[in-house]
Ligand binder design. Structure first.
Ligand code: CP
Length: 348
């Protein structure tokens, strides 16, 4: 049907896109360039999706991912429908061997097997549990869906990864540096948020910047380090380009000379064992906000955020509404990045 987007390292039959880790760099770079071409020349879009259908399952809310994929599929000529499981469809059970005598009327694996007969590809959004680190770290539920699906699964943000966001971010950064992002200084910084948010976006943003060969610094309070496995993968990926990934809990020092400031909030790993302690640690760092004063320490630094963003909590209005923010271009790139993705998926 389509050329594989993920090599068969995980022994899954269809060419799922669950994360970029096992996707060849040449393919990743080709998709970035296709996204850039479509962003600047949307008229070049071809209707390779004619006769194709795309089903979207949103177990969690979305504005950008949902609408940009719907428009991307329509621009390619495909038919697309969006489902919110439990809202107009049946509540689903996930457990293997479950005795389904509760609220859930349908097992998720049955639902996916059925939908796989109607659609040529399925996009799925399924956030982290926030309570089971091993299940979240291994993306257990997204893997369960992928195992059950006879058609390609596109991860629309899982517990651990947000590959569609990462592709748009990589295209935005590449565009900003006129096609040569390697060696540029990117800070991925934690910012305060009243909730313990998942790590999918910071994980993917870090890995994307490292994969571009940027000099990356992860700035976060000591209590809010990213998982060691993600840091190690990022270090190895950056090293492939002779670049490095550093960590610091000194936000001011991280901002010195930064060319991109990618802000995101996330809950600390402590949430999995002691949520009250994690909340207290987070509250102690309310001053981790991206301000004009902090941006002034950068080297013509540009602000990035995946959105939605809490104004004057994560970032000050003056930064977001000023000339040094790429957040709208970044959001715009969600559309062309996903057009590139679907185009590749459906090109014979
Ligand atoms: N950045 C992002 O994924 O936005 P949505 O949650 O609105 O889809």
């Amino acid at each position: 049907m389509v050329s594989p987007m993920q090599p068969p390292t995980d022994a899954l039959a269809p060419p799922h896109l669950l994360n970029w880790s096992s996707v060849a760099r040449t393919r990743w770079q080709r998709l970035i360039e296709q996204a850039r071409a479509l962003y600047h020349h949307p008229e070049r879009q071809q209707t390779v999706g004619r006769g194709k259908s795309l089903g979207l399952l949103f177990f969690n809310p979305s504005l950008r991912t949902r609408t940009s994929l719907e428009v991307a599929a329509a621009r390619l000529g495909a038919q697309v429908s969006t489902l919110q499981p439990g809202r107009g469809t049946w509540d689903m059970s996930w457990a293997q061997g479950a005795v389904m005598d509760g609220a859930a009327a349908e097992h998720v694996e049955d639902a996916i097997a059925v939908l796989g007969q109607y659609y040529d590809a399925l996009g799925v959004r399924l956030f982290a549990s926030g309570t089971d680190l091993e299940a979240d770290r291994t993306d257990a539920r997204m893997q369960q869906i992928a195992q059950a699906s006879p058609v390609p699964i596109i991860n629309l943000e899982s517990a651990w990864y947000h590959p569609c966001q990462a592709l748009a971010d990589a295209a935005t950064i590449t565009d900003h540096f006129d096609g040569s992002p390697a060696g540029r200084r990117v800070v991925v910084t934690w910012a305060y948020h009243p909730k313990a948010l998942p790590m999918a976006v910071p994980n993917s943003a870090l890995l994307a910047a490292a994969r571009l060969g940027c000099e990356v610094t992860v700035a976060r309070p000591a209590s809010h380090a990213l998982h060691a496995s993600v840091m190690e993968e990022a270090r190895q990926s950056a090293a492939h380009h002779g670049a490095t990934v550093r960590e610091t809990s000194d936000l001011g020092a991280a901002m010195e000379g930064a060319e991109i400031v990618y802000a995101k909030s996330w809950g600390g790993l402590q949430r999995y064992t002691d949520p009250a302690r994690e909340a207290a640690q987070r509250e102690a760092h309310r001053d981790w906000i991206i301000s004009s004063e902090r941006m002034a320490r950068t080297r013509n630094g540009q602000f990035m955020h995946c959105l939605p963003v809490r104004r004057n909590v994560v970032v000050e209005d003056a930064v977001l509404d000023g000339p040094a923010s790429l957040h709208l271009r970044q959001a715009g790139y969600r559309l062309s990045a996903q057009q590139a993705l679907l185009h590749e998926l459906w090109t014979p």
